[in-house]
Write a protein that binds this ligand. Structure first.
Ligand code: TEU
Ligand code: CA
Length: 544
């Protein structure tokens, strides 16, 4: 076996589930573990190797589970530890590994550690969190919470502030404390012993924070902590680990995903995700996607990490809008453009991630403000209305970027509530479920679902997708995303038209008439022209 393919996750495709929106087995309106177990055959048909679950631990659900009050228990809304064991076991039977979401930068303020920490300055758990002395109303520094407002909360009994980079109910942990680190590693090992296949590590770039210097991401102790954690936990088993790192650059990613296995398998980087917002502003400050730049970002990551690290490949997750609405066309060319985006991502080197419903071409929603649930979205609405933005402007940003776009229930069939629940869903369904749903797509061989199924399979059958070197082409083209993958034996061409009109290209004739691995159009078109949102992979097998 080649060095490159010695890890199972290098030929894998990972599916992300947002449990509360996936499938509700008991009619309380919230998706649960038993619901996931019931849908494992669907995931097996899609062909994915692993499933990443957004957090299902015990939690007051202030940030839908990213505020954990007990790392070693399942929240009753999702089920029990027995349900978790059953899910792991049933998934294993189908060749699917379960990946847990580790939130290690903060806990819930209802975690016993924090309850203790708040009792007094000399409580043994006090130093598990980040505190600063001060006086009420005078913040220790200017740090802001990602969910609006200052990142400091006053605790009058102690005369101290605690740090929270997210909601007030998510106090930041203090990784400088070796006792905290040890407690975390013990918890991780407990999950490894339970048989999980790996971990996604929430905002992991923040754990080395140097609070007084206002350095939050990539603090100087970040990589030492990761190496310590990896040695104490992950390296004991054959796991996949993926860190969420908004601050990652290719140079930093080479450390995180060092092939020597000293830190993680890979990181999620967000450079391509940050392009359609005004420079230096927030994601709500919309801007058209600079397409040429978008391609260059991907090409940079593909070429810099070749043999030096490993990429994760994704266009959407539970924090992001639906990819077909954001980068494609969720109207007339929904099917074509969803398949095109999938082709672009699944042709690259790295581990592709499919976010639930992406394989159906699920789209963004436009709700009235009362129908939204996300803490970030509701906070920004309030903050921007108070700051004088018009209702229309704020709603336009929310429609484009709000996290609830990704969190509406999975669309299983055309029956009430998309077949997601027999009760009242915790958040409204996207009304288009009567047209876009799994049941229909499973029957229709030409569906987006079946196209994803083929792409997942290609990663297993075509080694060039795992190993081939990436070579960007047509780099300045304003319409077409194109690249070549090259290995000793083969050459693969990936062509994607990002526009709802024909696009022409100039490439050597040697590509004409070659084997088409996959395409989103049935009939082959003329060489040199791509039809609206046309995408294809063409392969030349050199030995032949
Ligand atoms: O997200 C990290 C994060 O920085 C988010 O605030 C993200 O930037 C935002 O959604 C985009 O505006 C992770 C989780 O994925 C997210 O769901 C959690 O809310 C957050 O951490 C806190 O745990
Ligand atoms: Ca339920």
């Amino acid at each position: 076996m080649r060095a490159d393919t010695d890890k199972w996750w290098k030929t894998s495709v990972i599916y992300q589930i947002y449990p509360r929106s996936f499938y509700d087995s008991n009619g309380d309106g919230i998706g649960d573990l038993q619901g996931i177990t019931e849908k494992l055959d669907y995931l097996q048909e899609l062909g994915v190797d692993a499933v990443w679950l957004s957090p299902v631990y015990r939690s007051p659900q202030d940030d839908n589970g990213y505020d954990i009050s007990d790392y070693q228990d399942i929240d009753p809304i999702f089920g029990s530890l027995e349900d978790m064991d059953r899910l792991i076991g049933e998934a294993k039977k189908r060749g699917i590994r379960i990946i847990m979401d580790l939130v290690l930068n903060h806990t819930s303020d209802e975690h016993p550690w924090f309850r203790e920490a708040k009792k007094s300055k000399d409580n043994p758990y006090h130093d598990f969190y980040v505190w600063r002395d001060g006086e009420e109303g005078v913040y220790p520094n200017e740090l802001k919470s990602a969910f609006c407002g200052p990142a400091w909360e006053w605790v009058p009994e102690l005369g101290q502030y605690y740090l929270h980079q997210f909601s007030v109910k998510q106090p930041d942990l203090n990784w400088e404390n070796p006792k905290l680190r040890k407690a975390i590693y013990e918890m991780i090992n407990w999950w490894i012993d339970r048989g999980v296949g790996g971990f996604r590590l929430d905002v992991i770039d923040l754990i080395g924070k140097e609070t007084d210097k206002m350095i939050m991401a990539e603090g100087k102790m970040l990589h030492p902590y990761l190496q310590e954690m990896s040695k104490e936990t992950f390296q004991k088993a054959d796991l996949v680990t993926v860190g969420e790192a908004w601050s990652a650059t290719p140079e930093r990613a080479m450390k995180y995903s060092n092939p020597d296995g000293s830190e993680l398998s890979m990181v999620f980087q967000f450079e391509h995700i940050l392009l359609d917002q005004q420079p230096g502003k927030e994601k709500w400050d919309l801007m058209d996607l600079p397409f040429v730049e978008f391609k260059k970002v991907f090409s940079k990551w593909q070429t810099s990490l070749y043999n030096k690290g490993w990429n994760s490949l994704f266009l959407s997750n539970h924090d992001l809008p639906r990819s077909v609405s954001r980068f494609g066309d969720d109207g007339k060319y929904r099917k074509e453009s969803a398949k095109m985006l999938a082709t672009m991502i699944h042709g690259m080197q790295g581990t592709p991630y499919i976010y639930q419903g992406e394989e159906l071409g699920m789209t963004n929603v436009q709700f009235d403000i009362e129908d939204y649930r996300d803490i970030e979205l509701l906070n920004v609405y309030k903050e921007r209305i108070e700051a004088g933005y018009t209702e229309e402007e704020v709603m336009r940003s929310i429609y484009a970027k709000g996290r609830d776009n990704a969190r509406t229930p999975m669309q299983w069939n055309e029956s009430a509530n998309a077949g997601f629940t027999s009760g009242t869903p915790w958040i409204r369904c996207n009304p288009n479920y009567t047209m876009i749903n799994a049941e229909e797509e499973l029957v229709d061989q030409d569906s987006i679902f079946h196209y994803y199924r083929k792409l997942v399979k290609l990663r297993k059958t075509e080694p060039i997708l795992t190993e081939g070197r990436y070579i960007p082409i047509l780099e300045e083209d304003e319409n077409i995303f194109a690249y070549i993958r090259e290995s000793e034996e083969e050459k693969l061409l990936v062509l994607c038209n990002f526009r709802g009109k024909e696009a022409v290209y100039d490439l050597p004739r040697l590509w004409e008439g070659q084997e088409v691995l996959i395409s989103n159009y049935h009939e082959e078109g003329a060489f040199g022209v791509l039809r609206p949102y046309e995408a294809k992979m063409v392969i030349i097998r050199k030995g032949e």
